[in-house]
Design a protein around this ligand. Structure first.
Ligand code: NAG
Ligand code: NAG
Length: 421
């Protein structure tokens, strides 16, 4: 779709240019992290204005040949435009609903029938939430706030439900760029009681998490420094909110590690979608674990596990997409994904948010853009109820002309969902 106009013969050129740009970026980040104070001040929350590069039209063959020889970074920038540009899609009618009691970034959400349980998240980079808010789709109100256990992580959690119990796995403990915990919990949503689950073998940051065939599966994510991708995959037998085993079992590692992916079970198959390698990490020696930006690469990957228990690769997303852990809903055998982040801007190096609603049809294995959001947004929390697609929270863009992240939000929106065949 995105690359529809790029000829097959140019695939090599893309590889060469991306390779060269890779070197340029590494050099740039080494420079940025050692000499620029602004680059270490969590630019996700505080990023300067940037200009948008409008993708240029198809160049003629001669120009392309020349660029191939030179491998200049400006030509790479143009080619990479595909990876961060907004995608065309139908405008949707969005209705603004009641705003959540607190704004939150990197929180988690689980829908159980008409209720969306919304957990944790940053309010600001120095303040993390340690409670649950509940949105009721039937009457469109927020309420029912209750506390999380003190030892539970505050952001970047893995989370899944069986329809009553919510299993909560690891995640980042504390504000700024502190590391993850190995502690896991289970919530009985009927009694609001919390219980412990056996800890993971090691802490993990933002791993892909699902319930599949009676086992809680946890895979990928980052290691304790938030940045280094973990490939490990563990599972634990669970039933009715209880672990049936004392220890996690090692499973087949995921082909690529890293955080911020959507993980979905449908038709008895497990899907892991998008995500990235690398993330912000704590500045060495900082007593407050001050966030400092590091190299990130965002992916279009779609991996699947089935009976064979071997990872299979499915058609990629229309563009790289990360920060979508709880930004999806499963509707009529399609996975619907809202917003996210894509590759950084090739010139400003700023994070670029996505503003599309995507559909991955599991019957046809086709991706399509089914609509545009009111703004670009990442780590948003999604629900689907009686024909309406809802999203709330996350971090939105600076404005229509600037896709870099700015305000942490609690807005709630909905639109009538229309899927493609
Ligand atoms: C490639 O490099 C040559 C020599 O440095 C220069 O003359 C030419 O304009 C460059 N071409 C492009 C497309 O950048
Ligand atoms: C899902 O399928 C049902 C039954 O075919 C249909 O009535 C409904 O409109 C579909 N939902 C969406 C969002 O397309």
């Amino acid at each position: 779709m995105v690359r529809a106009s790029v000829k097959v013969g140019s695939a090599k050129l893309v590889v060469i240019c991306v390779g060269l740009l890779g070197f340029a970026l590494i050099a740039d980040f080494l420079w940025a992290s050692s000499s620029s104070p602004s680059s270490s001040s969590f630019s996700v929350f505080d990023s300067k204005a940037s200009t948008i590069i409008v993708p240029t039209k198809e160049k003629n063959k001669k120009e392309k040949e020349k660029e191939k020889k030179n491998g200049s970074s400006s030509s790479s920038g143009r080619l990479l435009a595909d990876a961060y540009a907004d995608l065309a899609g139908p405008q949707l009618n969005w209705e603004k609903m009641e705003t959540s009691p607190v704004p939150r970034l990197d929180g988690a959400a689980i829908q159980i029938r008409n209720r969306l349980f919304v957990f944790a998240g940053y309010g600001t980079i120095d303040l993390v939430h340690s409670h649950v808010d509940i949105y009721n789709f039937d009457d469109g109100t927020w309420g029912g706030r209750f506390d999380m256990p003190k030892e539970m992580a505050h952001s970047h959690l893995g989370m899944v439900t069986d329809g009553r119990y919510i299993y909560i796995v690891t995640g980042q403990y504390g504000p700024q760029c502190r590391g993850p915990t190995a502690r896991n919990f289970v919530l009985d949503t009927e009694t609001k009681q919390w219980k412990d689950l056996p800890s993971l073998p090691v802490p993990r940051y933002a791993p892909a998490t699902q319930l599949w065939r009676g086992r809680l599966h946890v895979m990928g994510g980052s290691k304790e420094n938030r940045h280094t991708p973990g490939l490990e995959h563990w599972s634990l037998a669970v039933k009715d909110g209880k672990a049936l085993e004392k220890e996690w079992r090692s499973e087949i590692p995921i082909p690529r590690g890293g955080p911020h992916r959507a993980c979905v079970v449908a038709n008895d198959r497990l899907y892991v979608i998008g995500g990235q390698e690398g993330d912000f990490m704590a500045k060495p020696g900082s007593p407050i674990f001050k966030c400092s930006r590091r190299m990130e690469v965002v992916y279009t990957d779609v991996y699947m596990l089935d009976d064979e228990m071997k990872w299979k690769t499915l058609p990629p997303m229309p563009k790289p997409n990360s920060h979508i852990e709880f930004a999806w809903a499963l509707v009529n055998n399609s996975i619907v994904i809202v917003g996210g982040t894509t590759e950084k801007h090739p010139e400003t190096k700023k994070m670029v948010l996505n503003g599309e609603v995507l559909q991955f049809n599991l019957n046809t294995l086709k991706w399509s853009v089914i609509g545009k959001l009111p703004y670009r947004v990442k780590t948003t929390l999604v629900g689907f109820w009686k024909g309406w697609l809802y999203f709330t929270s996350g971090q939105r863009d600076k404005g229509p002309d600037d896709p870099s992240p700015k305000k942490v939000i609690g807005d709630m929106w909905r639109t009538k969902l229309k899927l493609n065949e």
